[in-house]
Design a protein around this ligand. Structure first.
Ligand code: AMP
Length: 506
C-alpha cells in the first residue's frame, strides 16, 4: 500500500466517523474518504491504463476531488490537479506535456479539445455510488514514484510539471506535523486551490493527523460578503494561506481574537510576509502563534520556518523566512555582503524534499536541478542571505518571476503569450510595486504592429485582453496595457526589463 494512504488509513480507522472535510454545511467523514477512494481505485484499475501513467484531475475544492486524488494513488497513478478556473487551453497545454491516460472531470465542462479520454462527472458519480471497491494495493504509487505533478508557469509559454514523489511528501508531512504540532483536534482553513501546493500544507499532513479540513472555496473567496461570513462564522483553529489572502480578511470587522478565540495558529507560505501584515495580525490575535514559511513547489510546499512573535517584529524590519529543515543541505551562490557581513546570493537546496525534475522536460530540468558532487541541488532563483545561526532572509528573485496575489507568474511567459497576438510587435511586462514592496499590478508595455498603431487604445486594450482570456488564466493577464513607441534596449541589444521596471516604479 502507498505509505501516505497507509498513514491516512491508520488514523482514519481510529475514528472513522470523524469529519475530515467541511465546506459550509457540507461535511464528510474519514470513512467516506476511505471507501469512496477505494471505489475510484477499483474503477481505475478496471480500465487497465498504462502503468504509472498520470491522470489529470479537473475540478475545484470539492470533497470528491480529494477522493479522486486518493483513488488515483491507490490505483497506481500520479495525479495532476487542474483547477476548473483554468480555461480549456491550460488543459491542452498540460495534456501536451504530460500525456495523461485519462482526465477525471469533476466539472460541467464537456469538451477540453483533447483526444485524451475522460471520465465525466456523471460517470464518476456512478462510480462513487457503486459497490465495487476491490483494488490491488500492490499496484499503488510507490515511494519514489510521482505522487502528484503540479504545473507552474514557464518562460516560453509552456508550463512546467513539477514531479513530487511519495517520499517528497512524506518528508514534508513529517516535518510539518512536528514543527506545527498537528493533532486530530486541528480544524484547518483550506483556501488555496488544489492546483497550488499550498493546499498540500493542509491535505497530507492534515489527513495523516486526523484533522478537519475547513474548505473556503473559490465562490466564497470571490464574494466579499460571503467570505466575511464564512470566516467570521467559522470554528477553525488553524489558519493556512498566503499573506495576500490574510490581508484581504483583515478588512473584516470582528476578525480578531475576541470574536474568534479558537483561532490561535497561523501558517503563511507562498510569498513575502511583510512586517506590517504580521504586526496587524499580532495586534488582532495577540495570543496566536504565527509562522512564516518558505518554499518553491519544486521543494514540496515549504522547507523553512520561523515563529514570528512580538520580539521578532521588534528585532527585524524585513522578516526572516526561517531556518531550513535540518535534513536538507544548502548553498548560497554569491558573496559576503559588506554591510551585513552575511553570505548573500541565490539559494540552492538539496535533500529529501527536492523534486526529481520537470515531467518530460529534460532541458528545463537540467537548467534548474544541478548535480554537485553527486547530489542534486535545486536552483531556487531566490536571493537570500544567511545569518550565523542559519536564519535565512529573502531578498527577491534572481530572474523575472513574480508573485501577485499569491500566484507565481513568469513575466517572460506573459510576453510570450502577448507575442502570439497579431497586434503586438514587441512587449515587455513589468511589475508595479506598492509601498510594502508587493506586486500590485502587472503593466505590459507594448509596441504595436504598424497597422494597429493608430487605433483607439481603449478598443485595443479590450481586444488584446479578450484574446489573452482565450489562451491563459485570468491572473496571467496584465492589469494595464501601456502602448509605447519603443522599449528600452540593453547594451547587448535585448529588451531591458530591469530599466523598464525602474521607470514604471519611479
Ligand atoms: P510557488 O512555487 O508557487 O510556491 O512559489 C515559490 C516562490 O514563492 C519562491 O521561490 C519565492 O520566490 C516565493 N516565496 C514563497 N514563500 C515565500 C516567503 N515566505 N517569503 C518570500 N517569498 C516566498
Amino acid at each position: 500500500m502507498n505509505k501516505i494512504i497507509e498513514n491516512i488509513t491508520t488514523t482514519a480507522l481510529q475514528n472513522p466517523e470523524k469529519i475530515c472535510y467541511q465546506n459550509g454545511e457540507e461535511t464528510h467523514t474519514y470513512q467516506e474518504l476511505l471507501q469512496k477512494s477505494d471505489q475510484v481505485a477499483s474503477f481505475l484499475q478496471d480500465k487497465f491504463l498504462p502503468a504509472k501513467s498520470p491522470l489529470v484531475i479537473f475540478g475545484e475544492q470539492q470533497f470528491e476531488m480529494l477522493v479522486l486524488f486518493l483513488g488515483s494513488i491507490k490505483a497506481g497513478h500520479p495525479y495532476i490537479p487542474v483547477d476548473d478556473a483554468s480555461d480549456p487551453s491550460r488543459v491542452i497545454q498540460i495534456n501536451g506535456v504530460a500525456k495523461p491516460s485519462l482526465i477525471l472531470n469533476w466539472s460541467n465542462i464537456t469538451d477540453f479539445g483533447v483526444e485524451t479520454p475522460q471520465a465525466t462527472k456523471t460517470e464518476l458519480q456512478q462510480v462513487l455510488s457503486s459497490d465495487n471497491n476491490i483494488y490491488d494495493s500492490n499496484k499503488s504509487v510507490g515511494l519514489d514514484d510521482d505522487f502528484y505533478i503540479i504545473f507552474t508557469s514557464g518562460t516560453t509559454g509552456t508550463p512546467k510539471g513539477v514531479q513530487i514523489s511519495t517520499n517528497n511528501i512524506l518528508d514534508f508531512a513529517h516535518w510539518a506535523q512536528e514543527k506545527f504540532d498537528y493533532t486530530d483536534q486541528m480544524k484547518m482553513l483550506l483556501q488555496a486551490p488544489f492546483s497550488f501546493d499550498l493546499s498540500v500544507f493542509d491535505i497530507y499532513p492534515g489527513l495523516m493527523s486526523g484533522v478537519t479540513l475547513n474548505v473556503v472555496d473559490k465562490d466564497t473567496t470571490k464574494n466579499f460578503g460571503k467570505l466575511q461570513q464564512a470566516i467570521l462564522k467559522s470554528d477553525f483553529n488553524t489558519w493556512v494561506s498566503t499573506p495576500s489572502f490574510f490581508e484581504m480578511c483583515l478588512l473584516f470587522r470582528g476578525f480578531d481574537e475576541e470574536h474568534l478565540p479558537q483561532l490561535n495558529k497561523f501558517m503563511f507560505c507562498g510569498e513575502e510576509l511583510t512586517h506590517a501584515t504580521a504586526q496587524k495580525l499580532l495586534k488582532k490575535f495577540p495570543s496566536a502563534k504565527v509562522y512564516n514559511t518558505y518554499g518553491p513547489t519544486e521543494n514540496t510546499v515549504a522547507i523553512t520556518s520561523v515563529l514570528i512573535d512580538q520580539a521578532a517584529l521588534d528585532k527585524y524590519d524585513r522578516l526572516p523566512i526561517g531556518y531550513l529543515k535540518s535534513n536538507m543541505e544548502h548553498k548560497i551562490l554569491g558573496s559576503v555582503d559588506s554591510k551585513t557581513g552575511m553570505m548573500t546570493g541565490e539559494l540552492l537546496v538539496s535533500g529529501p524534499d527536492v523534486s526529481k525534475g520537470y515531467l518530460n522536460n529534460p532541458v528545463q530540468t537540467q537548467k534548474a536541478f544541478e548535480n554537485i558532487d553527486g547530489k542534486i541541488f535545486y536552483h531556487t532563483g531566490d536571493m537570500v542571505s544567511e545569518a550565523e545561526d542559519g536564519l535565512l532572509y529573502y531578498h527577491g528573485r534572481t530572474d523575472f518571476q513574480i508573485k501577485m496575489h499569491g500566484y507565481r507568474i513568469e513575466l517572460e511567459e506573459v510576453d510570450s503569450l502577448l507575442g502570439n497576438l497579431k497586434q503586438v510587435k514587441q512587449s515587455c511586462t513589468v511589475p508595479l510595486y506598492n509601498k510594502k514592496k508587493q506586486v500590485n499590478k502587472m503593466i505590459a508595455c507594448i509596441v504595436l504592429e504598424d497597422e494597429y498603431s493608430n487605433l483607439d487604445t481603449n478598443d485595443l486594450t479590450d481586444t488584446i485582453k479578450n484574446s489573452l482570456k482565450e489562451t491563459t488564466m485570468e491572473y496571467m493577464i496584465p492589469n494595464v496595457l501601456k502602448f509605447v513607441k519603443q522599449l528600452p534596449i540593453s547594451k547587448n541589444g535585448k529588451i531591458d526589463r530591469k530599466t523598464l521596471i525602474g521607470e514604471i516604479n519611479e
